[in-house]
Write a protein that binds this ligand. Structure first.
Ligand SMILES: Nc1ncnc2c1ncn2[C@@H]1O[C@H](COP(=O)(O)OP(=O)(O)O)[C@@H](O)[C@H]1O
Ligand SMILES: [Mg+2]
Length: 214
C-alpha cells in the first residue's frame, strides 16, 4: 500500500532557508573582516611610508617659518621638475608653525611634485606655479596653484585615498596625497583641493599658527 504523505509545500524551501541564513551570515562577516583587515593594513602602510611622529611627540616640535619649509620643499620638488617653470612666490616670512619640519616638508613636497607632474602636460615654458604663505585668523595657510591639466570631477573625491592614482603604472603609487593628508591632519590642520579640468588645480593647507596648538 502506498501511503500518501500530505506534505507542506513550503517545508523544503524553509529547510534551505534555515541553512542559507547562517551560511550567508558567516560569509558576510568573513567579507567584512577581510575588508577591515585590508583597510587597517592600508592605514599602517600610509603611516609607515609617511614616518609619522607628530601624534606622539608634540613636545619636540619647533617653531619654524612656514615659508622656509615651503622653500625647502620647492628645492626638493624642483629636482624632479620637467623644464623651466614660472614660479610665483608670495611668502609672509612672519608666519610660523609648530612642527617637525621634515614631516611638513614631506607633506608640502608631495603637493609640489603633483603640480609639477601636472605641468608636464603644458607646452614647454608655459607652466605656472603660484605659491603663497599667509596668516589668516589663527591659521597659517599655504596655497599651491598650478595651471596644469586639472582633475576630473568624478575622481576629485578619491584623490586622498591611499593608492589612488590616475598616472600610468610606474609613474606614481598614489600615496602622496594620502600621506600629506595624514601629516596635515596630525598637526591639527586641514587640506583642500579645488580643480577645474583643463585649467588647473589649487591646493590649500591650513595649520595652526605657532603657539596655537591645543
Ligand atoms: N596638481 C594636480 N594636478 C592634477 N592632478 C593631480 C594634482 N594633484 C593630484 N592629482 C591627482 O591625484 C592623484 C593622486 O595623487 P597622489 O596621491 O600624489 O598620487 P600619485 O602622485 O602617486 O599619483 C594623481 O594621480 C593625480 O591624478
Ligand atoms: Mg603624487
Amino acid at each position: 500500500m502506498v501511503e500518501e504523505v500530505a506534505g507542506d509545500p513550503t517545508s523544503g524551501s524553509m529547510h534551505i532557508f534555515f541553512i542559507l541564513v547562517p551560511v550567508l551570515g558567516i560569509l558576510v562577516s568573513a567579507a567584512f573582516f577581510a575588508v577591515s583587515v585590508v583597510v587597517d593594513r592600508i592605514h599602517s602602510i600610509v603611516r609607515e611610508v609617511g614616518g609619522f611622529s607628530s601624534e606622539n611627540s608634540r613636545e619636540d616640535f619647533l617653531q619654524t617659518s612656514f615659508d622656509q619649509i615651503v622653500a625647502c620643499s620647492l628645492r626638493i620638488a624642483q629636482l624632479n621638475a620637467p623644464y623651466r617653470l614660472m614660479i610665483e612666490k608670495n611668502f609672509d616670512p612672519e608666519v610660523r608653525i609648530d612642527c617637525h619640519s621634515e614631516e611638513i616638508e614631506r607633506a608640502v613636497t608631495n603637493l609640489l611634485v603633483n603640480s609639477m607632474r601636472a605641468l608636464e602636460g603644458n607646452l614647454p615654458g608655459t607652466g605656472h606655479l603660484a605659491l603663497a604663505v599667509a596668516a589668516i585668523g589663527d591659521r597659517a595657510v599655504l596655497h599651491v596653484e598650478d595651471d596644469g591639466g586639472g582633475i576630473d570631477a568624478e575622481v576629485l573625491d578619491r584623490i586622498f585615498d591611499p593608492f589612488f592614482a590616475t598616472k600610468p603604472a610606474g609613474k606614481g603609487m598614489g600615496l602622496g596625497l594620502a600621506i600629506s593628508y595624514h601629516i596635515v591632519k596630525g598637526l591639527g590642520g586641514d587640506i583642500r583641493v579645488c580643480s577645474v579640468p583643463g585649467r588647473g588645480t589649487s591646493v590649500s593647507v591650513e595649520l595652526p599658527l605657532a603657539g596655537r596648538f591645543q
